[in-house]
Design a protein around this ligand. Structure first.
Ligand code: THU
Length: 131
């Protein structure tokens, strides 16, 4: 699985987003150490706070299936289904990733059909809280 292939899966997952309230659709693709991919999308709710982000959907799908070893994450998002630049994970998702991933874990932010930016988790969440 190449970085670009994982980005494509994030773009596909973005199409499955349920975002009637914000209009921001987000997709995530999480590569596991054994080569599987768990995708996620944001799922909004009329009551707003139950909304879950794409990244957490992907992580929770994987963990609930017994998978906790992750290699790489790709995220794609934007307004009304279009990617117009990087859509970085929110703080809560960064904290959830910190629970399962090392500081050098790569997070790919899709910036276009064939382009992405690469960050490490510690760049996105320096001085992370851990017990
Ligand atoms: N969203 C994500 O899916 N991931 C993030 O990390 C940031 C925000 C979603 C939640 C909500 O449905 C929409 O984007 C606007 O906040």
């Amino acid at each position: 699985m190449t970085e670009k292939e994982l980005c494509k899966q994030a773009l596909s997952a973005m199409e499955r987003a349920y975002a009637p309230y914000s209009g921001y659709t987000v997709g995530a693709a999480l590569l596991t150490a054994d080569g599987r991919v768990f995708t996620g999308c944001n799922i909004e709710n009329a009551s707003y706070t139950p909304t879950v982000c794409a990244e957490r959907t992907a992580v929770f799908k994987a963990v609930s299936e017994g998978v906790r070893e992750f290699t790489m994450l790709a995220v794609a998002g934007g307004k009304d289904g279009a990617v117009s630049g990087a859509f970085p994970p929110c703080g809560v998702c960064r904290q959830v990733l910190t629970e399962f991933c090392s500081p050098d874990f790569p997070v790919l932010l899709v910036t276009g059909e064939d382009t992405f930016e690469r960050y490490t988790l510690s760049e996105l969440l320096p001085l992370a809280f851990k017990l």
